[in-house]
Design a protein around this ligand. Sequence first.
Ligand code: XMP
Length: 516
Amino acid sequence: TVLIVDFGSQVTQLIARRVREAGVYSEIVPFQSAGEAFHRINPKAVILSGSPHSTVDIGSPRAPQEVFDANIPVLGICYGEQTMCAQLGGKVEAGHHREFGRAFLDIQEECALFDGVWAKGTRHQVWMSHGDKVMEIPDGFKVVGTSTGAPFAAIANEAKKYYAVQFHPEVVHTPDGAKLLENFVHRIAGIEDDWSMSAYREKAVDLIRKQVGDKKVICALSGGVDSSVAALLIHEAVGDQLTCILVDHGLMRKNEAADVVQMFREHYNLPLILVNAQDRFIGALEGESDPEKKRKTIGRLFIEVFEEEAKKLAKDGVTADFLAQGTLYPDVIESVSFTGGPSVTIKSHHNVGGLPEHMNMKLVEPLRELFKDEVRVLGKELGLPDHFIGRHPFPGPGLAIRCPGGITREKLEILREADAVYLDEIRKAGLYDVIWQAFAVLLPVQTVGVMGDGRTYEFVCALRAVTSVDGMTADFYHYDMSFLGQAATRIINEVKGINRVVYDVTSKPPGTIEWE
Ligand code: XMP
């Protein structure tokens, strides 16, 4: 096992993911409990994550001393490098300017971390995101890589098997980063392969059985890949103790509720209940324009519906105590607040943060550690058909967060139509599987147009399409202009209420994929 000490970086799970890709099992623990976890896990190697903290601040987090006393390989990443230096006798200073984004690393020395990947004297793209700077490295370390902004961008103490890098090898923008992490766990720490998706499946099934016992479970099904995979996994674990519930909150895409029910009934023999709660959700959301309030209202109503359904399902003393969701890691990390965990809240995904504080049901979230593309692999492992697995992600709060400004039934209707036309064009152009996620957004702005001989004053529709691997970072999709022209013409001609279409060319970061 590799122990990953989490100091609160937004991308800590990506480290675990890369380690999994290398076939090795890892556990992430928050720095506060890392000392205790170290004794429990008895790891063969440790990785120290990045952090929004500054090592220069009084009381900023540190790695437990055990890590350096155990005579095992340690890799520090970004803040992890800084705290390693601070703890082993080097010096870190608060930076005057942040280095953020693409940088180039010059390899100064051969080193086990770079074996077979980067040779001395070559230069490679890496991803930086830091404010503070290492000024002096501890005794026994040598500089193995430098960048313009970071003279100690990569350092090593080969005798002790300590390595530290200022850049982030776990993100895709460091193209060779995964190989460096593979070198660390295989060549340096000598750990054998002990992780695979089928092993994960077995472990997850086992954990679900232990958690649920003989109680009933309700699975919040949306028809998306995540909740479908969660449902199958839970069904494998507890069979007919599971009931799936699809809530039609009136925020779904055109014909979606009916399509999902049909698709599911065709392929699976799971009990599935469709609850029509359109008026309840839209009634509560009408006029609401604050993105977090929208998310929280939707989360609260979802739970109300599930608790009501759970009551109905209770029979012969067997209660439905558990609510299963297809929550993924990015949903967790972007919702966890600074007080709950070490990272910063970006938005309350309804799967987790949007939920009310007090709810009677306990959560079952077997995909919490995984990323979207890993869930797709797990879906394949579970025999889910390809067209299921390839569906674009769709957020729990649905069209509500694609309708910035106050929500009205009329706007939702306009958006639903525009979205259907846009996706139809994407499918016709053969682009559905190339694009990671695409959707329309209805802006709360009206602009002037001319149609026929008349003046129009209608809404603006924004189109979004991104490529991504895991939803954590994304690039806008580079369409051919003629495609956009064609989609815009169709939307304006066919959807009453829209007279202008724009295309969103923002990547994530600094944007997010959804608009709210
Ligand atoms: P953002 O907008 O945070 O989205 O870049 C990343 C991915 O997550 C989806 N998303 C959600 N999924 N509940 C979900 O189940 C939510 O509340 C939620 N918010 C965003 C989003 O569609 C994208 O795929």
